[in-house]
Design a protein around this ligand. Structure first.
Ligand code: ATP
Length: 307
């Protein structure tokens, strides 16, 4: 449905391009995840789709039509829910929704209907008369989402929509996004939370430095990456043993008594278990196999800090 072809964009003051030849295909009625470290180019890509920026090279097509032509016939059909709160804190929830529905040029009956639907969709009935600035983090995120829905869009661009919310609100927001896609709409979902992408996205792309490193279904993105081993022990292994592991596996990650070997050959498993037994360390949990999304992401993007 959405076809991105070789998109390039460089901000005027920037030394390197924010997008450097991005090509992707996003299917209708799906939630497509966009992952990448800070500065990867996710927001820039979303801004191009939202029409806030224009590609300097490359093309965007929706349903085989150039983006601008597709939007001309239906200006509210793509909505952006930005990272930052995009509402007026002194206005109530209902006033904010009415204002943003009005900005889209909707006639009064349609505006009222869309606002009522957005309120119901984001479960905001109990707070419609509260000033937005007084809402909790979870309710603010729900209002941000509801504002994005006031134009009854077909495509929703979500830029880290769950930052700063509790697990209950996160669960609600993820379910809401799934409901939206299940109704045949399309979602581009940028997030740093791998477990969210794993939970809701049919396909995803991992970006870094303005380029797509890999894209496909979750299984496709994980396939071909080195297997990972995670072991959790009942007590700390002796220093000498961890030093020995570090020498053999430079990418070893440790958190308390939990050790992750991102690139581990099955043939080494028996030797590692023997080492643990010899050191008298009891094993609590062990997981071996294809990397999860976070491990695949780290293998692809490496560990160097970006900012
Ligand atoms: P984050 O996860 O931190 O939100 P991102 O993946 O969304 O990052 P972008 O915000 O698209 O990345 O930024 C891509 C690159 O473009 C970065 O190097 C960033 O510093 C640069 N950039 C973004 N906005 C501007 C701007 N207005 N002017 C100059 N450079 C910019």
């Amino acid at each position: 449905m959405i076809h991105l072809d070789n998109l390039r964009y460089r901000y005027r003051s920037a030394a390197s391009p924010a997008l450097d030849g991005v090509s992707l295909d996003i299917g209708r009625g799906s939630i497509f995840g966009l992952l990448g470290p800070n500065g990867a180019g996710k927001t820039t890509l979303i801004s191009l789709l939202a029409g806030l920026l224009t590609p300097q090279e490359g093309h965007i097509a929706i349903d085989s039509e150039p983006l601008a032509a597709w939007r001309d016939g239906q200006p509210a059909a793509i909505a952006l829910v930005p990272q930052d709160y995009a509402f007026y804190p002194m206005l109530t929830v209902a006033e904010n929704l009415d204002f943003f529905a009005g900005v889209q040029g909707l006639a009064a009956p349609e505006r009222r209907r869309n606002c009522a639907e957005a309120i119901a969709f984001a479960c905001l009935e109990a707070v419609v008369n509260r000033p937005a600035g007084e809402l909790s983090g979870g309710l603010r995120r729900r209002l941000n989402l509801a504002i994005g829905l006031t134009g009854a869009p077909d495509v929703l661009l979500l830029d880290e929509p769950t930052v700063g919310v509790d697990p209950q609100s996160r669960h609600f927001l993820l379910q809401a996004v799934q409901r939206f896609a299940a109704a045949g709409h399309t979602v581009l979902y940028a997030s740093h939370y791998m477990e969210e992408i794993e939970a809701v996205c049919a396909a995803l792309a991992i970006m870094d430095a303005g380029q797509v490193l890999t894209s496909g279904t979750l299984a496709e993105v994980r396939r071909g990456k080195a297997s990972a081993l995670t072991v959790e022990m009942a007590s700390s292994p002796p220093e000498a043993l961890t030093a020995h592991w570090r020498a053999r596996f430079p990418a070893l990650e440790a958190a308390g008594n939990r050790f992750c070997f991102p690139d581990f050959a099955a043939a080494e498993l028996a030797a590692l278990l023997a080492e643990l037994a010899a050191a008298g360390v009891a094993l609590e949990r062990m997981e071996y196999g294809a990397p999860n999304l976070e491990q695949a992401f780290m293998q692809l993007t490496q560990h160097a800090l970006r900012d």
